[in-house]
Write a protein that binds this ligand. Structure first.
Ligand SMILES: Nc1nc2c(ncn2[C@@H]2O[C@H](COP(=O)(O)OP(=O)(O)O)[C@@H](O)[C@H]2O)c(=O)[nH]1
Ligand SMILES: [Mg+2]
Length: 280
């Protein structure tokens, strides 16, 4: 695996040169990565609406985890019609975080200059894509489609779901000292240089906490970021994959990030290490 990472880094250097040339020539590639699990009633619409924007140099990568409802097959059929569409098939449900990493890896190999992450369920309005790209082109390494800045909002979610999202954001911001209002947002545009800077093997979040880990990496590694308002609507079709297990795993991942990186966790680390040494 380590060799694979090294190879990847070597290739990236070549690709960066190719990339710089393309940018100098004014041709830029935007890759939209969409993870899917049981999205058969949304996949066609989301692809149609994104491609319908007719943005030059834009392509899509679907990362499907062998959805039992056949989303992967639908994506394959659509990819025969649309050359801008690529599909990654994984064996089973492996988490949204690792799905994004698989998509990002392919996007880098295919010379993406900007990488957008978005849900398949149209909660993220494709019409916001030009706004995300516009800010990214101004030089921001991370542009967040934010529900919690002025002008942004969530429509149709019930109180429980709104409270869950709001409190998760608050706890995350406090624990990781992040000055970002929507740390858990999934609608984002990343610069190639930020994604290239990541050591994929060190990303620890498998599930939804992945979004937070990305924001944390941007902020703490000196990359630039901005939030732009979006209106987030509830999905029309299918079900959310956020269940109790996902929430518990995400909370665990966020506490793990704080434990790994925040100075005030040092006394806790000290006590845990001493106790372990004493017991075993
Ligand atoms: N490939 C893959 N996609 C996933 C997984 N979990 C969720 N997704 C997709 O990630 C996106 C966000 O999930 P969603 O259920 O809409 O989360 P919510 O918007 O927070 O309720 C959707 O496109 C899902 O189909 C997973 O384990 N693997
Ligand atoms: Mg969603």
């Amino acid at each position: 695996m380590k060799n694979k990472t090294k190879n990847c880094k070597r290739k990236s250097a070549k690709q960066s040169a190719k990339n710089a040339l393309r940018q100098a020539q004014g041709r830029q590639k935007i890759t939209v990565v969409i993870p899917t699990y049981n999205e058969k009633d949304n996949i066609k619409d989301v692809i149609g609406q994104v491609l319908g924007l007719k943005i030059k140099g834009l392509n899509i990568i679907i990362v499907d985890d062998n959805s039992p409802d056949g989303t992967g097959n639908i994506a394959d059929k659509l990819s025969k019609k649309h050359k801008e569409l690529g599909v990654i098939h994984r064996k089973g449900k492996q988490g949204i975080g690792t799905a994004y990493l698989a998509g990002f890896e392919k996007a880098l190999k295919e010379d993406a200059d900007y990488i957008i992450s978005m849900d398949a369920d149209l909660s993220h309005n494709p019409k916001d894509i030009p706004g995300l790209i516009c800010k990214a082109k101004q030089g921001y390494d991370l542009v967040i489609g934010s529900r919690y800045v002025k002008g942004g909002k969530i429509e149709d979610w019930n109180f429980k779901r709104k409270f869950l999202s709001w409190s998760a954001n608050l706890v995350t911001r406090l624990l990781l000292s992040l000055p970002i209002r929507d740390c858990t947002a999934g609608y984002k545009c990343y610069s190639r240089s930020f994604i290239e800077s990541l050591d994929f093997e060190k990303i620890s979040s498998i599930g939804y906490a992945f979004q937070v880990e990305m924001v944390y990496n941007v902020k703490n590694n000196g990359f630039t970021y901005i939030e732009i308002p979006i209106v987030f609507t509830d999905r029309l079709n299918g079900h959310s994959k956020v269940d109790f297990r996902e929430i518990a795993n995400s909370a665990k991942s966020i506490f793990k990030l704080a434990y790994l990186y925040k100075w005030w966790c040092r006394p806790v680390k000290f006590i845990i290490t001493k106790t372990k040494n004493f017991l075993f």
